[in-house]
Each structure stands twice: as C-alpha cells, then as structure tokens.
Design a protein around this ligand. Sequence first.
Ligand code: BES
Ligand code: MN
Ligand code: ZN
Length: 501
Amino acid sequence: MELALETRSPSEARADVLVLGQYGERARPAPEVAALDRALGGLLSRVLKTEKFEGKAGQISYFHTAGAILAERVLVVGLGPVKRGARSRDAEPIRRATAAAVRRARDLGAATIAVFMPAAALPARERAQAVVEGALLGTYRFDKYLKEKNGKVVRALTVLEPDRRGAAAGRAGVRIGRIAAEATALARDLVNEPANVVTPTFLARRAAEIAKEGGLTLRVLERAECAKMGMGAYVGVAQGSEEPPKFIHLTYTPRGRARRRMVVIGKGITFDSGGLDLKTADGMLRMKHDMSGAAAVLGIFQALPRLKPPVEVHGLIAATENMPSGTAQRPGDIVRAMNGLTIEIGNTDAEGRLTLADALVYAVKHIKPDEMIDMATLTGAVVIALGQGLSGVMASDDGLAARVLAAADGAGERMWRLPLHDEYKDGLKSDVADLNNISSQRGAGAIVAGLFMREFTAGVPWAHLDIAGTAYTERELPLGPKGATGVGVRTVLTYLTNGRR
Ligand code: BES
Ligand code: MN
Ligand code: ZN
C-alpha cells in the first residue's frame, strides 16, 4: 500500500473513498467536517441524520458525492465516545475505526482512500501512526496458498492533516506506523506458515535475511555448540526431532552511545506435539503457532534498524521442534541447564520453559543486559486465567512491569499482570533434581511457569509475556483476520523506543 500525508482539508481530497472519523455522544464535528458538509450542500449532515449515525465505535455510513467534491464517496466511521482523563490519548479507537473503514472501502472497490481523523485529543504524530497501523493491520491477509485470491486491494492511502503545523509530525507518524505494521505482518506471516515450512532452519534463514537487510549481527549456534555451552535443558527438548535446532542471536547496535542494553527472547517451538507426553489431536492442531514469540522477535528486529532507538538490543530464539520419537526426551529424565541447575522432566509438554531457561542463562552470562523481556506461548493456563483478549505479564521488577504495561497500552495490546507468588515455588520441588519442570500442586499454571523461569534470570530485571491466548485467533479481530495476530511486536517496539517509535 502506498502511503502519504497531505496537508489538505477533506473537501479537497481526491480519492475513491474519503473516510471521516466521528466521535460519538453528540461530539461536535471537527471544523473541517463542518466545512465539508457545506461543500456538499448539507448532504453529509442529512445522511448522518437519516441513518441515525451516532458515532458508536465501528458504526459506518457512506454515500456518493455525485461530483460535489473530488472524492467519489464519503464514508463516516464512528470512534466511540471522546475519552477523558488518563486514557484521553488512547489511539486504539482510531486504529480500529480506520481498520473497519478501510476494509469496508476496499470491499466497495476503492483503490485509493483518504482518511481524516479529528484532532480531538490525539496529537498529529500519534494520530497518523494509528491511522496507518489500522489500515495496514486491518487489511492484512495470508492468502499465498489460495488459488482464488480476493482481487480487491487498496493501492494508496492518504492521511489528511489540514493543519500545516502538524505535517512534519504526521509524516513521522506515517513512517513509524508503517514500520510497526510491517513488523507485525512479518510476525503474522511466520506464524501463519505451517510447521512443515517454518522449521528451526527456516527461522535461522529468515533471521539471516533480516540481519543482512538491517545491518545487524547474527550468530546461530548449532546443536553441538549448544550442548558444549551447557544448554542441557534446550538440547534435551530438541533431541526427539529430526529437524536440527538453531539457537539464534541477533544484535542491533545503535550508532551513538547506547543508553541501555536489552534482551528480547521469543519462544521458538516450531511445532509442539507435546513430545512423549503427546498432546491430544485437538490440543495439537494449532501448535504450529508455538513459535509466535520467536516470530515477534524477528518482526522487532526488522523494525529496529529502521527506527534506530539509542538502545543496544539482543534478540534470542532457542528454536526447535518438540517431537516424540525413539530419541525423544523421556518423562523422568534429568537435564542440566546452562547455569548448573538440574531439572527433572515431569512432563515433556512443558518444553517451552526448558528452552527459555537456557536462553535466559545465555543472556545473563554472555550479554549481561540491564533488562530482559520474553514473549512465549507458554501455558494453556494463561488462557484459562485471562482468555484470548489479554496477554499475561509476569515480572521480577515492578518498574519494568509498569513500563511494559504502559507500552502495551500505547500499542493497544491488552495485557494484565499476574503475581509471581513465591509460595507456589514449593510445587516445583523435585526429589532427585534442583527443580521439576511442572508443579505438583494444582492451579496457577501460568504463574508456576513464570516462577520456574525466574530461577534462570540471576536477578536481572525480567518481564515475561505469556501470549498463549493472544498470539492466534479463531475469529476475526478489529485489527486482523483469523490466524496469527503478531502480538508483542508493537508493545516491545513501543517499549524500546519509549513510545516514540
Ligand atoms: N505450547 C503449549 C502452551 C499452549 C497451549 C499454547 C495452548 C497455546 C495454546 C505449552 O508448551 C504446553 O504444552 N504447556 C502445557 C504445560 C503443562 C504440561 C504443565 C499446558 O499448558 O498444558
Ligand atoms: Mn508443550
Ligand atoms: Zn509449547
């Protein structure tokens, strides 16, 4: 999609469809919209009146302009009530309204679209960014394996910013929005691809392409090197698969002095069969998406060299399949992680935490970061606790947790913190090893997994995003179709760039 910003008023925009955002609860129309109504001889206000348009979130009305203005059609989309107080700068209504409007305009056959969103509470940069994110994420499709593709595509989208003083900021917003949405689409594509395509080797190759494009450093460790370095927990998971594991380490180094050093880790199980503790058919069906954290990391690293934040960022993916076979890890096996801790395998299906444990130790030992964030489709339990609309956040540091939650809020990705309740650690005791990889106690499975992983963080401030419920959707969402969501990409990018993506 071609993207541009024009300092034109809506009445002067040339497009197949002119999209207008309108807040609800009888919010007064923006002055530009009042001017447009005059140019249309009052048609706009009459249509909205007869259509009983109230500006409810997602509500849409449209009509032909019959040549009264340059745009062929006008499509008005509701933004919901104007928010007041702390959430007044919420960009999500604009993202969602733009997504809905652009999808509808596309289905009407529009190839060119101009979007005007009222300035209300949101400054020009954030507003333009939200429009572009909504348009790109809302029209995302994964149709490469379909013979019959939907031919309707939006060729060009123009963000209207009539106030010249907002032009520079608006253009920055368009650019940042495009980078963030494209990074999210990269992650979605990787997750939507099946596990017979996306193997650990494929992820490593994709990482190499991203590194080359962005001038990043890449190190890929093979199975033997990982074993030699002492990653017994990770290598143990990989031993049942014919596909060779790949430990991927990407580095983005800023030009000037780095203000801090960050590690971002993604769970990269390219297929989770459960191992010898085999999943049921139903439980296994969607397990190609067990590398959603890894996909998010790769999306983030495509974006970083384009956004250039003054932060050194390391991306880690301990990629492997989790398969049952004659060489597979057995329940009851004992493995030793890179920090020396021994782990009894209580269940081979609790494999994510094993791979992440060694990635965390690698980070602590070889990178020595100020902070670490991991993203992982880690537990079915987080889906029970929070459903499919919220990712779980667990953190060893309150400040980090608060900043991650604030970044999620800015990105419009809903997250909720769960407590790393110390007393539940008792359940992870083993009679024969330092830890068991599952708990002997009932409940709180997401927290238990978090507590397990915390044992490998050596006190480095760490936040863990359990995205098992949010990485993949069985129904269409406001910002995308069924399938992969790319969750985590925009939250972590917002975090790494201080909201100034
Ligand atoms: N990848 C799964 C978690 C998962 C479940 C992600 C559903 C997305 C949707 C993970 O490896 C797993 O199998 N976890 C087990 C842990 C249990 C054995 C302690 C689970 O949640 O059942
Ligand atoms: Mn599993
Ligand atoms: Zn898994």
